[in-house]
Design a protein. Structure first.
Length: 327
């Protein structure tokens, strides 16, 4: 009899403590301030790892092969000192065009474009890998997909972390910059250790971005959260600081944006906000939208983002005076 009571008491005690543990795990994240969260070391990955992951040197288009130097610059010339550096994604890389025929090469500039990069990645890459080189100018090319990526990634992080009870929503908005470590689709963007809980968030970028869908960026950026937009705009001030005030910004429109402009519509809200921000911060800015309306998009674009050979030449002519090309 006594032994049965003891067993019941023992089981009750175990159940009680297990219940306390479960309650603690469920509610703990509501009571810890952000400063109590430990953010692991930034998972930034440089060119060598990126290149081996994406195998860019293995990709051939037509009769030519993509070639890069040790810093990830697309090979077209040997000298880098004193030249303009063109930062950007695949629009700058222009992997569909031989290196000596891209608009960066026509401009006599360094092609530092990387397929799949967004504005934050370009900022980090410049800060950590490229800022020590003596450039005459640092020209970053952006497009509306950069903002769409910012929005979609933020939404995905917030949703994922909240589902796993790792962070409260207000923590997410406060600590976003410390936590947004996404580089590739198969690497965690951030690891947050909170008390005894560890949360890893993986962004399946292929499931988020749809770069060939003409409606994707415009739909995504309609009614853009001003806090998200402000955070994206702040990257340009950081780039300007790290480049010692040598930054120039070029907005590269999508084919759809050019068509809308040709029909008499106003330039997109994002374009106008970026222009205003650059003016307020003394950063030279150029929107290619109006320049490219003079051309038939069938001649200048191969898809929503990327330019044909004729498009490369049109971009070069448009930026020549603005950048001060050396060719």
């Amino acid at each position: 009899m006594n032994s049965n009571i003891n067993i019941k008491n023992f089981v009750s005690i175990i159940v009680f403590f297990l219940s306390l543990e479960l309650l603690a795990q469920t509610t703990a994240y509501y009571f810890f301030p952000l400063s109590k969260c430990i953010v692991t070391k930034d998972s930034y990955v440089g060119w060598a790892s990126y290149n081996s992951t994406r195998n860019q040197e293995e990709v051939g288009y037509g009769s030519f092969k993509l070639e890069f130097d040790e810093k990830g610059f697309r090979k077209s010339q040997t000298e880098v000192d004193g030249k303009s550096l063109f930062l950007g994604d695949s629009v700058v890389l222009s992997q569909q065009i031989p290196s000596n025929q891209t608009f960066s090469s026509l401009c006599g500039s360094i092609n530092a474009g990387i397929d799949g990069y967004n504005t934050l990645m370009e900022l980090r890459r410049f800060k950590r890998d490229l800022s020590s080189i003596n450039y005459s100018k640092v020209v970053v090319f952006v497009n509306i997909y950069d903002v769409a990526d910012e929005i979609e990634t933020a939404n995905h992080i917030s949703k994922t972390w909240k589902e796993h009870h790792c962070l409260r929503e207000e923590w997410f908005s406060e600590g976003y910059e410390k936590m947004r470590y996404k580089m590739f689709s198969d690497t965690p963007i951030g690891i947050i250790k909170e008390s005894n809980r560890i949360c890893e968030v993986i962004i399946p970028m292929d499931a988020i971005a749809q770069p060939l869908d003409p409606d994707y960026p415009l739909k995504t950026t309609v009614g853009t959260d001003e806090k998200l937009l402000s955070r994206w705009l702040s990257y340009f001030s950081e780039l300007n600081n790290y480049s010692d005030g040598k930054l120039m910004v070029v907005m590269s429109p999508t084919k759809t944006q050019v068509i809308f402009r040709q029909r008499g519509n106003e330039r997109d809200y994002i374009n106008r906000q970026l222009e205003q921000y650059c003016k307020l911060n003394g950063i030279p800015f150029m929107d290619l939208t109006d320049y490219l309306t003079a051309y038939d998009v069938k001649d200048t674009y191969i898809d929503q983002l990327h330019f044909t050979q004729a498009g490369q030449e049109a971009v070069f002519k448009s930026i020549n005076e603005f950048v001060g090309c050396s060719k």
